[in-house]
Write a protein of this length. Structure first.
Length: 300
């Protein structure tokens, strides 16, 4: 019997080379560790060659594994490109649109806009994937990204909708015993960990507030929001998140450079797909009408 390679085995192989371990590949592929182990062993047995050196701290490709990785990457890129091209010719206003966005936008902003989209296009299902990082639209992990950013990835296409404004907020328990008019350095602050160091609000905090005055740091704006509601200190939050919170008061605005921008993005090969085009156009118009909430307008 002639042994034939399985594309799923090659996907597992590539995931192990990129993650450097079976457990890392399993997380990437959302499968069990044992599945990855079994497929790698089966692939090596079928090829009759060892593809990895097993070490205590991970899997390292052999010379044969390195050569195979180059070829499999090329195959993967061709398959991904073909998938995007074929999907891009889909003219049906039905099916699924996978959207990646942040938990804060999903929690405090996007709900009414997604509801309106569903009313307009009931045969299109929206899958919302919440992640603080960009999913790979080139690999079809998502079709559309709705992201606050000042530097959208160059390989994506889309449109800037508006600014995202930030302000300083405090809870009633904190403000009852701390005068908001005191110098910034005299307040207790809630900040961001290193994963959010690129955010303009985090840069402003580092410039204006001594490290010793920061009582809490979080990798998630909802963590900062919760601590502010609890009265731990002052927080710098996007206005669309802080303004609707009944247990927070906007204490002060921030310089205009402390901001982000909201972008709607997709891959160039997907923008001709009817359902994706419909989603992008609808959301751009709908969010555009609601931009005052994002830009921190007092009347929004």
């Amino acid at each position: 019997m002639v042994w034939a390679m399985d594309w799923d085995d090659l996907r597992v192989f590539l995931a192990v080379t990129e993650a450097g371990s079976l457990s890392g590949a399993a997380r990437t592929l959302a499968v069990n560790h044992s599945t990855v182990f079994r497929r790698i062993n089966g692939l090596e047995a079928g090829l009759g060659v060892r593809l990895f050196e097993r070490h205590r701290d991970g899997y390292v490709p052999t010379v044969a594994g390195e050569e195979m990785r180059t070829s499999v990457r090329r195959i993967r890129d061709e398959v991904d490109a073909m998938d995007r091209r074929v999907t891009g010719r889909d003219l049906q206003l039905r099916g699924t649109v996978v959207v990646t966005t942040t938990d804060t936008l999903a929690y405090r902003f996007l709900g009414p806009h997604l509801t309106a989209f569903h009313a307009a296009y009931p045969e299109i299902t929206v899958d919302v994937n919440l992640d603080t990082q960009y999913l790979n639209l080139s690999k079809r992990q998502a079709d559309v990204a709705i992201r606050p950013t000042l530097a959208p990835p160059e390989q994506l296409v889309g449109r800037r909708i508006c600014d995202v404004a930030f302000s300083i907020y405090g809870g009633p328990a904190y403000l009852a015993v701390h005068d908001a008019a005191r110098p910034l350095a005299d307040h207790t602050w809630l900040g961001f960990d290193d994963s959010l160091a690129h955010v303009e609000a985090a840069k402003w905090l580092r410039r204006e507030v001594p490290d010793g005055r920061v009582a809490l740091r979080s990798n998630n704006l909802l963590g900062v929001l919760g601590a502010a509601v609890g009265g731990l200190g002052l927080a710098v939050l996007p206005c669309f998140l802080g303004d609707p919170e009944p247990k927070l008061t906007r204490v002060a605005g921030l310089p205009s450079e402390v901001r982000s921008e909201l972008w709607l993005l997709t891959h160039a090969d997907l923008r001709r797909t009817a359902r994706i085009r419909a989603f992008l156009d609808f959301m751009a118009e709908s969010i555009g009408r609601d931009r005052g909430r994002l830009e921190g307008s007092p009347s929004a």
